[in-house]
Design a protein around this ligand. Structure first.
Ligand SMILES: Cc1cc2nc3c(=O)[nH]c(=O)nc-3n(C[C@H](O)[C@H](O)[C@H](O)COP(=O)(O)OP(=O)(O)OC[C@H]3O[C@@H](n4cnc5c(N)ncnc54)[C@H](O)[C@@H]3O)c2cc1C
Length: 393
């Protein structure tokens, strides 16, 4: 059993950990990542993959902190997707970027629609100078496929939808020998008598002074196991709906028809499952749905689709639900956080992107929290590697 010093150990192989691994390696850190199951298996593959500019947080008709903190993110992701030159570690402003050149998208645009004249004063807000360049009303000939037969208004946003399994495969490429299958718990991660933490792999012991938790829903048990009581986590549940319709229409859009609160009524993305189109639906349906039983949520979703998208055929569609928690830093009254979160307590660093979209922001904050790299690592271990998981459908 050899012991080696390493600059940082990352716990968790969702978007946060995999993005951090790429950024740290590019910046010269010796680092490894450990994942208890398969890469992406929790929130990242359950997410809708939307990289958005926060307009959905401004549906009260006003720009606010939540909608502004995130507004640059689609452009930032697009620069990662477009060119390798965007990731120079010298560009401090965007030090947290990664190279996503060639990574696939599910849709290059995202849309909003509302039937008839149901938007009320939001129509004026969407047309206002404050939102110039972020939202565009589309004339009927420019509507995307899927709206044939719809009577109402369609807007295009700057947002897009990324294919999360392909995203993680892209981030894992070239790093197979740094990504291990291992749960961080009381027996694998312990305090080193000289400070920092030690990680026990099958045939190697690694000693680091920077243990980075990107463990999502596993963060609270990890914080507990390592006895760091100042860090608090909140979990916000969602009851997403999965629909396999008989029609083969793709839809990437928020439905705002007759919205009653500051949240889209339906947030729809389309994915492929066993060669079929699968509609994955969140928004108000999923947040309010946590109070319904699964059967009631399915009935409610059917009625919502028949009301909001009546021009499509919902007969014989298969419905199911997915209940999943979002893990975030604790906020007063469980409201959602507006930015990414990185907090360093001695040798432990807790990271939450809080949204897939804000991962580059998380990476910037992480780099600012880290000490400079100092160790070279030469790892020769037969410890099992973690592989890419699959989406929950
Ligand atoms: C239904 C849903 C839809 C969403 N849609 C969007 C969206 O469209 N756009 C957007 O911007 N955001 C979206 N989000 C939010 C986004 O998915 C999350 O913010 C993001 O995926 C969190 O990534 P993560 O890497 O922190 O966590 P996760 O993806 O949950 O990864 C954590 C990883 O840590 C591993 N792990 C846990 N404990 C341990 C341990 N002790 N040892 C080793 N490994 C461990 C887990 O197995 C897991 O793989 C959505 C979230 C949900 C739930």
């Amino acid at each position: 059993m050899s012991e080696q010093k390493i600059d940082a150990i990352i716990v968790g192989g969702g978007i946060a950990g995999m993005w951090a691994l790429n950024v740290l390696k590019r910046c010269g850190y010796s680092t490894v990542l450990i994942e208890t199951g398969t890469l992406g298996m929790d929130q990242t593959f359950a997410s809708q993959g939307m990289i958005h500019g926060g307009l959905k947080y401004a549906l009260s008709g006003q720009i606010n902190t939540a909608s502004e903190a995130i507004s640059d993110m689609p452009q930032r992701w697009r620069s990662c997707l477009a060119t390798k030159s965007s990731v120079s570690p010298k560009t401090l402003k965007h030090a947290g970027n990664v190279d996503l050149d060639g990574c696939a998208l599910l849709s290059n645009r995202y849309y909003m629609f509302a039937a008839g004249n149901t938007l009320g004063r939001l129509t004026t807000f969407f047309a206002s100078k404050a939102l110039h360049g972020r939202i565009e009303k589309l004339s009927k000939p420019n509507w995307p496929g899927g709206f044939k037969g719809f009577k109402g208004t369609v807007y295009a946003l700057n947002d897009f939808v990324i294919d999360t399994p392909k995203l993680l495969a892209h981030l894992a490429a070239n790093h197979a020998n740094s990504i291990f299958r291992c749960e961080a718990n009381r027996s694998t991660v312990t305090r080193h008598p000289d400070g920092g933490y030690i990680l026990k792999l099958k045939d190697t012991v690694l000693h680091t002074t920077q243990l980075i938790s990107c463990a999502g829903n596993g963060s609270a048990p990890l914080i507990d196991a390592l006895n760091i009581p100042t860090l608090k986590v909140q979990h916000r549940p969602l009851k997403q709906v999965l629909v396999k319709p008989k029609h083969n229409t793709a839809m990437y859009a928020h439905c705002l028809t007759h919205i009653k609160g500051p949240e889209p009524r339906l947030t729809i993305t389309t994915h492929q499952a066993d060669g079929h189109s699968l509609w994955y639906i969140g928004g108000q349906l999923a947040t309010a749905g946590v109070t319904r039983s699964d059967a009631a949520q399915v009935d409610f979703a059917k009625a919502e689709l028949e009301t909001c998208l009546p021009w499509l055929d919902w007969q014989d569609a298969d419905f199911s639900v997915l209940t999943i928690n979002r893990a975030e830093p604790d906020q007063q009254l469980s409201v959602k956080p507006d930015t990414a979160y990185v907090e360093r307590i001695d040798d432990f660093i807790q990271c939450f992107p809080t949204k897939l979209t804000l991962t580059p922001d998380m990476a910037d904050r992480l780099l600012r929290a880290l000490s400079p790299p100092e160790h070279k690592l030469s790892l020769n271990t037969s410890h099992p590697r973690a592989t890419i998981g699959s989406p929950p459908w």
